[in-house]
Ligand binder design. Structure first.
Ligand code: IMP
Length: 409
């Protein structure tokens, strides 16, 4: 692991290369121990990763997976949209297990607040669309709408009395969306937040990042969502509302691109998607079902069954390029253990028909393997085929849920 960390360098990012749920949480958790600062940059409670606290599994949506590492500074970046009750709930859950994260939590004052009315508007907008996006209904799009319209309320304002402003806004929201703001509930949440995270608010995140850089502190950036869900470069309009690339993460943290020394592109050995939008490698029927069951492919936030299918080389090449990935973490290899042959999408014909290369399966268990040489020949051939197509070293291979079920190369 130490040699991987050395080759990633002191400022590294972890970015999903598909449509999310690639297993970023596990690699962040493993790498987190080697970095001083663990930062989330964009997105909000639409993300979800399972964290085991006090022997019990919890889905965390805002705090990065690496937050359990003691003594690490945890940053919530300016590009984020933060739902205060969710944040307080996560902080409280950690507290019940004896972890006081507020002592080392830095929240950008420029991060926007997601109010409950944003969630309601999310639902209203989905209902009004001719074709729904299949959002997580966490209010992400509407919070970024307010941000872009420059009427958003940022974390730096939690110390203010926002009653009057929210009352006025409630009238407008009623006219536009038929949504009323529960001003008392929202202001109560703000008051509560002041007590818990008031001292965590950072007035200028770029200034803090500059300080960390001058102190030579190492930083691990935990990307949220994934490249193909990016607002600019993803399959618009079936995307999220933030920039999910490494460039978006650097922007969201106010961190210079010149500081970045490495980027891990997290890629599942097959592909999944939640919500609507194109998915040329999608596999409905028995094989898709098998991937879903073997991979436990159900949304961690929404519990929706994920659409399952095969890898797409052109999509991956583009994701790795956009994010300047220096390494690939191939996750969930063991989910393919039962496949007789594994299709990999090479290109689309002009009429949109996918062209697959069929790679031989290995039909034996790779679960829990930790040494590359122990893998079946066909599994090694599959990995080397991908590596050749992607022209990026596959440095980590996941073979099971526990963090020790990983092959380092
Ligand atoms: P929103 O981010 O809730 O607006 O949802 C927009 C699209 O992004 C929907 O298709 C969601 O299913 C998808 N999405 C958002 N966050 C995630 C994630 O963390 N994993 C997988 N899909 C996501």
């Amino acid at each position: 692991m130490q040699s991987l960390v050395s080759s990633l360098g002191p400022v590294a990012a972890i970015i999903g290369t598909q449509w999310g749920d690639e297993g970023k949480g596990k690699v962040t958790d493993v790498l987190g121990g080697y970095y001083d600062v663990i930062a989330r940059a964009c997105g909000g409670a639409n993300a979800g990763h399972t964290i085991v606290v006090g022997g019990k599994k919890h889905v965390f949506r805002l705090l990065p997976s690496g937050c359990l590492h003691e003594d690490k500074v945890v940053v919530l970046g300016s590009g984020m949209v933060i739902h205060i009750p969710t944040l307080l709930e996560e902080i409280n859950l950690l507290k019940l297990s004896g972890i006081d994260i507020t002592k080392r939590l830095k929240i950008s004052g420029a991060a926007h607040i997601v109010f409950d009315y944003h969630k309601e508007i999310d639902g209203v907008l989905e209902g009004r669309r001719e074709q729904a996006i299949g959002t997580t209904k966490k209010g992400i799009g509407p919070a970024y709408m307010d941000k872009a319209a420059r009427i958003g309320i940022r974390m730096e304002r939690i110390h203010e009395d926002l009653r009057l402003e929210l009352r006025k806004r409630s009238e407008t929201m009623m006219q536009m969306y038929g949504v009323r703001i529960d001003v008392d509930a929202e202001t109560n949440a703000l008051v509560q937040a002041r007590g818990v995270v008031g001292s965590c608010i950072v007035p200028s995140l770029p200034a803090l990042m500059m300080q960390y850089a001058s102190e030579k502190r190492s930083i691990l950036i935990e990307g949220a969502q994934a490249a193909l869900l990016d607002i600019d470069h993803g399959t618009y309009p079936f995307v999220t509302s933030s920039a999910t690339t490494v460039a978006g993460a650097l922007q969201g943290l106010g961190l210079s691109p010149r500081t970045l020394t490495g980027c891990v592109g997290v890629t599942k050995a097959y592909c999944t998607r939640v919500g609507e939008g194109a998915f040329p490698g999608e596999q409905s029927g028995e094989r898709g079902e098998r991937l879903r069951e073997r991979g436990g492919e159900y949304g961690s936030v929404t519990k929706r069954p994920r659409r399952c299918g095969w890898l797409s080389i052109p999509d991956l090449q583009q994701s790795l390029f956009m994010n300047g990935c220096t390494h690939v973490n191939l996750t969930k290899l063991d989910v393919l253990d039962e496949e007789e042959s594994i299709p990999v999408l090479l290109r689309l014909k002009p009429n949109g028909t996918p062209v697959f290369s069929y790679r031989p399966g290995w039909r034996t268990s790779t679960a829990g393997m930790t040494h590359y040489e122990d893998l079946p020949t066909q599994a090694k051939a599959f990995i080397e085929f991908l590596e050749n197509e992607l022209q990026t070293p596959i440095a980590m291979i996941g073979t099971g849920q526990p963090s020790e079920h990983v092959i380092l190369r």
